[in-house]
Write a protein that binds this ligand. Structure first.
Ligand code: MN
Length: 340
């Protein structure tokens, strides 16, 4: 291709360092141009070293089309997953028949999946921030406090710790609501003798963390202790499988095997983990029969769980980086069942 049009913000950030909310990147063989509007003129020039900054009035894609008309580039790749049908139509209309638009997928995502030392340092800090905040908030967890209050405390403290925001909407799910893997916090107060799932993550200088712990308020009955250790063992089995060259699906099945042995597999309703970085869900996916190979430098979550409808759920999630010899933990909170 003569050029590659990058429209996905996390990809633009990865390639240029630009953190603005609107921008389009045109990568050619010898140079690249970041097209932004006047709001980002100062910021883009400060942040971006790897591309020329072009300030445009009006629609950014129309600006890109004008650039392309002027440069006689004829084969342009675009990010098929990150351009709307309308945008694709408008581009084709404004560049005319001289330009061939080629849909491509995952070009930058594939690069992003392998983190360099500098990225790993940031991700370690993002993981430590989430870990520290969770440990601090433990002191506030007691019967009577509402889910939303704890979620607010977590997000506030992450922000105070330097996060630009939460990596996703913080989950605090208590009692039967903990059986919903993506429960939103409600005004429900915590009560005694119930499970509470906390899932939180911080964005620190562009990089995400993602941490889940399950707490029991009171003395957990034997059944819950057994389920909890099955989930923890499933996570451990996945972690032991994780190394460069292994298929992502094998990491997932290592966790599934443990849960099956405990008769809990039918309560595990999602995949074992996902890549983590500039986005909270990225490559590689640790999902059922996923054939992609794990590489050194991948950062993934390991988060098996069991969700029993009407009763409650248990999930344990950590972030790990893959090294030549295996997986190293980035998050650092006890993985024992926390009793309060
Ligand atoms: Mn996760």
């Amino acid at each position: 291709v003569d050029a590659f049009l990058v429209t996905h913000r996390p990809n633009i950030f990865y390639l240029t360092g630009f953190t603005g909310s609107a921008g389009t990147l045109l990568v050619c063989l010898a140079e690249a141009a970041l097209v932004v509007d006047g709001r980002y003129a100062i910021q883009a020039r400060e942040e971006v070293r790897t591309a020329r900054v072009r300030i445009m009035r009006g629609d950014l894609l129309a600006g890109v089309a004008a650039l392309l008309r002027a440069t006689k580039r004829t084969r342009i790749a675009f990010e098929a997953a990150h351009l709307s049908v309308q945008q694709r139509h408008d581009l084709a209309t404004s560049t005319g028949r001289s330009v061939r638009w080629l849909p491509v997928c995952g070009w930058v995502e594939k690069l992003r999946a392998v983190k360099d030392e500098q990225e790993l340092e940031l991700m370690q800090k993002a993981a430590e921030l989430a870990s520290g905040v969770f440990e601090d908030v433990l002191a506030l967890i007691r019967p009577g406090v509402r889910e939303v209050e704890l979620a607010a405390e977590i997000e506030y403290r992450m922000r105070r710790g330097g996060a630009s925001g939460p990596a996703f909407e913080t989950i605090v799910a208590s009692g039967p609501r903990s059986a919903l893997p993506h429960a939103r916090p409600t005004t429900k107060p915590l009560t005694g003798n119930e499970l509470v799932v906390f899932d939180l993550g911080a964005i620190l200088r562009g990089y995400c963390s993602d941490l889940t712990r399950t707490v029991f308020l009171g003395r957990p009955p034997g059944r819950i202790r057994r389920w909890y250790s099955a989930v923890r063992d499933a996570q451990e089995a996945a972690r032991e499988t994780l190394r460069p060259g292994v298929q992502a699906g094998r990491v997932d099945s290592a966790a599934r095997r443990v849960l099956r042995r405990h008769g809990l597999l039918r309560y595990f309703s999602h995949s074992t983990g996902h890549g983590l970085g500039i986005e909270v869900h990225e490559e590689p996916r640790l999902a059922f029969r996923q054939p992609a190979r794990i590489e050194a430098g991948n950062v993934v979550t390991l988060e098996p769980g069991v969700y029993v409808p009407g009763f409650g759920g248990i999930r344990v999630e950590d972030d790990v980086v893959v090294h030549a010899s295996g997986a190293r933990l980035l998050t650092r909170v006890t993985r024992d069942l926390i009793q309060l």
